[in-house]
Design a protein around this ligand. Structure first.
Ligand code: ZN
Length: 561
């Protein structure tokens, strides 16, 4: 009896030990490389339309650094594509967490062989493969592939994420999964002010900058914009700051704590930043003024929507503080004073203002143009005025000025433009952004024959017209016809100047072969050792590419390998 009880105890204890070991194991992610840890990017960096969801590890500037599984589990997903994460592996761990490895140069031999077979079986370079736990189980520290520069990557590095069981990208350093010494405070690259006025319910801001004066003259209402980065030992990378605070005298106007941002709120970054600076100068400033429609408000505290309202002409203090995850901080102090005369007439009241309330769907109709901005697309009230300009670029429609591109949209607006297109060109037509230089940008769209309208969904407003793409994709070979190829690859360049590449296909001797696309360099690389062709023989290669308006290019090359 006693022995039985003892055994039961042991079994129970073992269970408890196994459980706690499991839980402990789950929190104990190892650094996935063996080069010394150094970051080129951290969690929460302010990127285009999203916050960086991972950590970018430096790999010594070259491709090929071995990558190891951060924890035991199984490869649950493999994705391959010309942009985004390029070659990426997802490993699911026993507690439901998933580690992600992006921009990989290649996978280990077993996974590479499996992927290559899948690419040939499906005749597609692009892959998104879901796997079962039995297919590729991995042990902690097991070699899974090499670091690279595939997809949307600006140099060799490993993009690494740990997602929790809900799919939320976690801040691995803030949660203590990984650690790195950091006792350097963040630094301010730039601080600027914007003036703020309201016309007909629409907030209109104007650039003030940072006047060179001991006492900064400000209008009655203004806000501050902060361009700050965190620093770490051993890297010159400009990393994300995790907290921003702005005080007017003793009043906390703005306190933003980044934390972990759910993916669906990523685009709200455009309302957190001074969007005009992003559009015009490519700079990313966090602004103290909070738009009422910003979903990130759950992590913004403060008062007066972050607006610096000066009610008198006395001297006041502005204090700004930025902080990193370990708590290192930097502070800037300014003395300000209200000087109305400097800012009279900054916002012109000659133009009409059609206030589109941010919390409602907005529909605007003119003779020849319909604009629909759905509920949830705006962060603040905007002026949705619409008018036409002379079109010197295409003969199919006027250039429509649809508000402007200086405010962000969370989701797409729909534009329907009357146009006059000959039937023969209907399949080649598209809605076009018209840029300042007079060049056109492809915005997609479908032609509605009945209404004679081009209809498209767009993620930014501004100037539009209807264009046509008559030019087929450009396929540029790097080998001459009849060439003897000594290396193991044949490279082409593939580009389409207007509508973009929809699809391409490469065949050698009449059979599909893998042709890897790299969007950033516009290169197509054909690995010959995978092409299942005989060496020392003459081969016929045929390349076909189609753009988004259905224009097709073909190119043939004979070669000996
Ligand atoms: Zn990254």
């Amino acid at each position: 009896m006693k022995i039985k009880y003892f055994l039961k105890r042991v079994a129970m204890l073992a269970g408890v030990v196994a459980l706690s070991f499991f839980a402990l194991q789950a929190q104990d992610f190892r650094y996935p490389l063996d080069v010394p840890m150094s970051l080129s990017g951290n969690y929460g960096e302010l990127r285009s339309n999203h916050f960086h969801g991972g950590i970018d590890f430096r790999v010594g500037g070259v491709v090929g650094a071995p990558i190891y599984a951060t924890e035991s589990g199984y490869v649950s997903r493999i994705t391959i594509g010309p942009s985004g994460y390029g070659n990426a592996l997802y490993i699911t761990h026993p507690n439901g967490y998933v580690s992600v490895y992006g921009h990989m140069h290649c996978f280990n031999d077993a996974i590479s062989k499996f992927v290559l077979e899948r690419q040939y079986a499906t005749e597609s370079f692009r892959q998104d493969i879901s796997l079962t736990p039995e297919q590729f189980p991995v042990k902690r520290g097991e070699f899974i592939g090499k670091a690279g520069n595939t997809g949307s990557s600006g140099g060799p590095h490993l993009h690494f994420e740990i997602r929790d069981e809900k799919g939320q990208c976690t801040d691995a350093f803030a949660r203590g999964y990984l650690s790195i010494p950091d006792n350097l405070p963040p630094f301010f690259r730039n601080v600027i002010f914007y003036g703020l006025e309201h016309r007909n319910g629409v907030p209109e801001s104007y650039y003030i900058g940072m006047p060179k004066a001991d006492v900064i003259p400000l209008p009655a209402d203004s806000y501050v914009c902060i361009d700050a980065f965190d620093k770490q030992q051993g890297t010159n990378a400009k990393l994300a700051v995790s907290e921003y605070k702005v005080w007017l005298d003793n009043t906390l106007l703005f306190h933003f704590t980044l934390g972990e941002v759910p993916g669906h709120m990523g685009r709200d970054i455009n309302s957190l930043i001074e969007f005009k600076q992003k559009v015009v100068r490519g700079r990313t400033y966090v602004k103290s003024y909070t738009d009422p429609g910003n979903l990130l408000q759950d992590r913004i505290k403060g008062s007066n929507s972050g607006v610096i309202s000066l009610e008198d002409t006395l001297l006041h203090k502005i204090k700004i503080e930025v902080k990193d995850i370990p708590g290192n901080r930097s502070v800037k102090n300014y003395t300000v004073k209200r000087v109305d005369s400097l800012y009279a007439g900054k916002v012109s009241d000659s133009l009409e203002v059609h206030c589109a309330p941010w919390f409602l769907p907005n529909f605007y109709m003119a003779d020849g143009l319909k604009l629909y901005v759905p509920q949830g697309a705006l962060y603040n009230n905007v002026n949705l005025s619409v008018d036409t300009l002379e079109n010197r670029i295409t003969p199919f429609a006027p250039v429509w000025r649809v508000a402007n591109d200086r405010f962000p949209l969370r989701k797409s607006a729909s534009v329907a433009m009357k146009c006059n297109i000959p039937d023969s060109l209907v399949t080649k037509a598209f809605l076009a952004h018209v840029y300042g230089s007079g060049s056109l940008g492809y915005a997609g769209g479908k032609y509605d024959t009945l209404r004679r309208e081009m209809v498209a969904n767009v993620l930014s407003l501004g100037n539009f017209t209807v264009g046509v793409d008559l030019a087929a994709p450009e396929i540029t070979p790097t080998i001459k016809n009849g060439a003897v190829v000594n290396g193991n690859t044949i490279v082409f360049r593939l580009r389409d100047r207007l509508s973009g590449i929809r699809s391409y296909r490469v065949e050698i001797d009449g059979h599909w072969v893998l042709a890897q696309q790299d969007a950033k360099t516009r290169r197509i690389i054909i690995p010959l050792q995978d092409a299942r062709i005989q060496r020392g023989k003459k081969h016929m290669l045929e390349f076909v590419a189609e753009d988004n308006c259905g224009n097709v290019s073909r190119l043939k090359r004979t070669f000996t390998w």
